[in-house]
Design a protein around this ligand. Structure first.
Ligand SMILES: Cc1cc2nc3c(=O)[nH]c(=O)nc-3n(C[C@H](O)[C@H](O)[C@H](O)COP(=O)(O)OP(=O)(O)OC[C@H]3O[C@@H](n4cnc5c(N)ncnc54)[C@H](O)[C@@H]3O)c2cc1C
Length: 371
């Protein structure tokens, strides 16, 4: 499969809805699922998406950046020009300057235009079995097979589990084999479709202004995320019970959901973990509790509940994990710098040195600033 570079794109606000049209034409790009988010903003923190397992993270696609630094200078950052800045921009990029344009890798698209997609809905009592089965996939999951799980209320007495499995290389038979152990758990509903990439985005609810891009019926309260190498089903059960109780007993938070990204990681893990500022290449899945307010219901009391209960659910999910890792793009800024940027001493040292050199007065400290 050939790899190409785009012409430099010069709109830092370009979002994925434009790129997805290319992804359905003769070239592919490692996009995020969320179509309304910025390519730059999401890419410089990581860039999680369904093609990660084949092409790497969003940030692995950057070939070079043009950046305006805090002192007004205009520089290029690439493997050969300002390599330390290039390193830092890929994982902690919101800290160092304004990226005015960038060059990205794109890829030849395989012949078939069909994506395979299955959605299986389970009742909450299948939670342990589902996570145990997911664990059998995490280490061996080929790059092009990918999954995510959402947990949410549908008006019954407990939240449901919504497992979505999809394949980036268009092989329904392979997808069927992958999905078979999940089918044997007895979903109460399942859907299977073949579609093109825009169809996949639509089907999954990510096409603007669909709910993936605007909170479904209200406003965003907070994301409480972790990264895991394996799921701990007992921990996920504890989180589930807390989530279920909260969303049933506080109706204003009833549109909240848990979102677990389990995209392929094969190509992500092939990149040397020291080569970018992104610390989470060993992570296999990213479970996030997303608490959302219904409509106008946001108030101080609810905000307090969100903060307290969100952290409680995050703590529950961390049981059995070595330590907390949180995807920086989902940071609530209650996390430690280590959780966001990595625990190896050299990482924060290198980031702090770079920050002192290019942004000593923290002009670019809008989000999860390095200090
Ligand atoms: C609906 C939704 C769906 C999402 N889906 C995904 C997903 O599929 N995969 C994924 O990885 N993440 C996803 N995210 C998280 C997303 O990566 C982060 O929210 C990210 O910060 C979005 O970047 P933005 O440019 O759209 O937002 P912004 O808030 O504009 O930018 C985020 C940060 O990046 C900095 N920044 C932005 N542009 C530049 C620039 N040109 N130069 C320097 N700094 C800049 C800003 O300082 C800001 O602090 C999703 C978020 C939402 C709300």
């Amino acid at each position: 499969m050939g790899s190409w570079e785009t012409d430099r794109y010069s709109s830092p606000l370009l979002n994925f809805s434009r790129i997805s049209k290319n992804t359905n034409a003769d070239k592919l790009q490692a996009t995020a699922l969320g179509q309304c988010i910025g390519i730059t903003g999401s890419g410089i923190g990581g860039g999680l998406g369904p093609l990660n397992g084949v092409y790497g993270l969003g940030l692995d696609q950057f070939v070079s950046f043009h950046v305006v630094l805090a002192n007004g200078s205009f520089v290029t950052a690439s493997q050969t020009q300002n390599p330390d800045l290039f390193w830092g921009l890929r994982g902690a990029g919101h800290n160092f300057g304004i990226i005015t344009s960038a060059k990205l890798r794109i890829y030849d698209r395989p012949n078939s235009s069909t994506w395979s997609y299955q959605q299986l809905l389970f009742t909450g009592d299948k939670l342990e079995a589902m996570f145990e089965t997911l664990n059998t996939k995490l280490d061996t999951q080929p790059g092009h097979l990918t999954h995510d799980v959402s947990i949410y209320q549908i008006g019954t007495d407990s939240a449901i589990l919504d497992l979505r499995i999809f394949s980036a290389t268009y092989t329904p038979t392979e997808l069927d084999l992958y999905a078979a152990p999940f089918h044997s758990l007895g979903p109460f509903e399942n859907t299977s479709i073949q579609t093109d990439y825009p169809g996949l985005i639509r089907e999954m609810g990510y096409e603007p202004p669909a709910e993936g891009c605007t909170p479904p019926h209200g406003s965003f309260g907070g994301v409480f995320g972790v990264g895991v190498k394996r799921h701990n089903p007992a921990a996920m059960r504890n989180m589930y019970e807390l989530f279920n109780n909260l969303t049933l007993s506080v109706p204003e938070l009833g549109d909240s959901y848990v979102f677990i990204e389990g995209y392929g990681t094969e190509a992500v893990r092939k990149v040397d973990v020291r080569s970018t500022a992104f610390p989470g290449r060993g992570i296999r899945a990213w479970p996030n509790v997303v608490l959302a307010y219904k409509g106008q219901f946001k108030n101080d009391t609810l905000e307090g509940i969100v903060k307290e209960q969100g952290e409680k659910m995050r703590t529950a999910m961390l049981e059995g994990q070595e330590r907390q890792t949180t995807y920086v793009n989902y940071a609530m800024e209650q996390e430690s710098l280590e959780a966001l940027y990595g625990y190896e001493e050299w990482r924060l040292k290198k980031l702090r040195k770079l920050k002192r050199e290019v942004d000593p007065h923290n002009r670019f400290g809008f989000f999860a600033p390095i200090h």
